[in-house]
Design a protein around this ligand. Structure first.
Ligand code: ATP
Length: 300
C-alpha cells in the first residue's frame, strides 16, 4: 500500500483553481519529486498534505487512512521560506517543536544533539538563529523538520543556500532517511537534484498535472536530439550533414543537435573518417530539458 495517496485533489481560492485534480502515490521509503513552474500549485499541494488547508474535492490518504491530528506527530516539513524565529535559541525552538510533535524533552534534546553533531556544528545549540549564516539557518530548518523522526517528510527547496559540500551532506541524509522507511515529498526547481534523488515525479503547470511517472520511462518518450562527440581532431563539414541542425565546438570535441536519429550514424562515420573518436554518445534528454519543453509547450 502507498504511504501517501492523493486522488483527484482540487483546491480553489475563490475563482482561482490553485490545484486542479492532482493524483499521485508515494511509496513507503520513496523520495517523490513534486515539480512545477512558479505558481503551479506545489506549495498548495504540500499544505494540503500537511493538513494545514483542506481540499475542496478529492482525497488524501496516509497509509490508507484519512487525515487526523495525530498524523501531525509523524509529519515533518521544511518550508521554502525560513520558518524559524530569528531571535530564539536553536535548542529552545527545535526542542519546543519536537515536543509539540509528541517527543519527550530528553528525547528531543538527544535527537537535536545527534543532528548538530552530524552536521558538525554542536556549538549552535546555544546560538540564536539570527546569528547563523543563511546556509546554516537552512540546516537548522532541516533539523527542525526531522528532529522527531517523521514518517512523512515534505521538503521544499531543501538545499537552497547551501554550499556544494553541505548539499552532498544533506542529500546523503535524505537518502538515509528514505532507506529507513521515511516517505518524502521533494519539491525543487533544481532538476539535477531530482534526477539524483527521485524515481517518480509529477510536473505541474498552472494547477494541472502535465507529466507524471518514473523519470526513466518519461525520458524514453522523448527523442534523443543531442550527440556528444569527443575527439582531439578538427572535424570539418559536420554542419553540412543531413539531419544536423546545430554544431557547438567544445573543449575537446563537439556537441551536435540533430533532427532525426539517422543523423547520429552519419556523424559517427564522418568523424571516424577524419580522426580518432574517443567518445560518442547519443544523449538522452535531461529532466531540465523535459521540464522546459513540457511547461513551455503548455504555456503556448
Ligand atoms: N492564499 C491564497 N489565496 C489566493 N490564491 C492563492 C493563495 N495561495 C496560492 N494562491 C494561488 O494559487 C496558485 C498556486 O500557488 P502555489 O503557491 O501553490 O504555487 P507554487 O507551485 O508553490 O509556486 P512557486 O514555485 O512560485 O512557489 C497561484 O496562482 C497562487 O497565486
Amino acid at each position: 500500500m502507498e504511504a501517501l495517496k492523493l486522488e483527484q485533489v482540487v483546491k480553489q481560492y475563490g475563482d482561482k483553481t490553485a490545484v486542479n485534480g492532482i493524483s499521485l502515490a508515494v511509496g513507503k521509503g520513496e523520495i517523490y519529486g513534486l515539480l512545477g513552474g512558479n505558481g503551479a500549485g506545489k506549495t498548495t499541494t504540500m499544505r494540503m498534505v500537511l493538513g494545514l488547508i483542506y481540499p475542496d474535492q478529492g482525497k488524501i490518504l496516509y497509509n490508507g487512512k484519512n487525515f487526523s491530528t495525530e498524523l501531525q506527530h509523524i509529519m515533518g516539513y521544511l518550508p521554502e521560506e525560513r520558518g524559524l524565529y530569528p531571535k530564539v535559541k536553536v535548542s529552545d525552538q527545535i526542542i519546543y517543536l519536537a515536543r509539540l510533535r509528541g517527543m519527550s524533552a530528553s528525547d528531543a534534546d538527544e535527537s537535536l544533539r545527534y543532528w548538530l553533531d552530524r552536521f558538525e556544528v554542536p556549538e549552535y545549540y546555544n546560538k540564536k538563529i539570527e546569528e547563523l549564516s543563511k546556509g546554516n539557518q537552512q540546516k537548522m530548518g532541516f533539523i527542525a523538520a526531522v528532529v522527531h523522526k517523521p514518517q512523512f517528510l515534505i521538503l521544499d527547496e531543501a538545499f537552497s543556500g547551501l554550499d556544494p559540500v553541505n548539499v552532498e551532506l544533506l542529500k546523503d541524509t535524505v537518502r538515509e532517511m528514505r532507506d529507513q522507511g521515511t516517505s518524502i515529498l521533494f519539491s525543487t526547481h533544481r532538476m539535477e537534484h531530482v534526477e539524483e534523488l527521485c524515481r517518480n515525479i509529477t510536473i505541474l503547470d498552472r494547477s494541472n498535472t502535465v507529466i507524471q511517472g518514473e523519470i526513466r520511462e518519461i525520458k524514453k518518450g522523448y527523442p534523443r536530439e543531442e550527440v556528444l562527440l569527443r575527439t582531439a581532431a578538427e572535424i570539418s563539414g559536420l554542419e553540412s550533414l543531413a539531419g544536423v541542425t546545430g554544431v557547438q565546438r567544445q573543449e575537446r570535441g563537439y556537441l551536435l543537435k540533430i533532427s532525426e536519429p539517422g543523423a547520429a550514424q552519419r556523424i559517427l562515420h564522418h568523424a571516424i573518417g577524419q580522426g580518432e573518436v574517443e567518445h560518442f554518445e547519443l544523449k538522452e534528454p535531461t529532466l531540465n530539458q523535459i521540464f522546459i519543453r513540457a511547461v513551455g509547450d503548455s504555456n503556448e
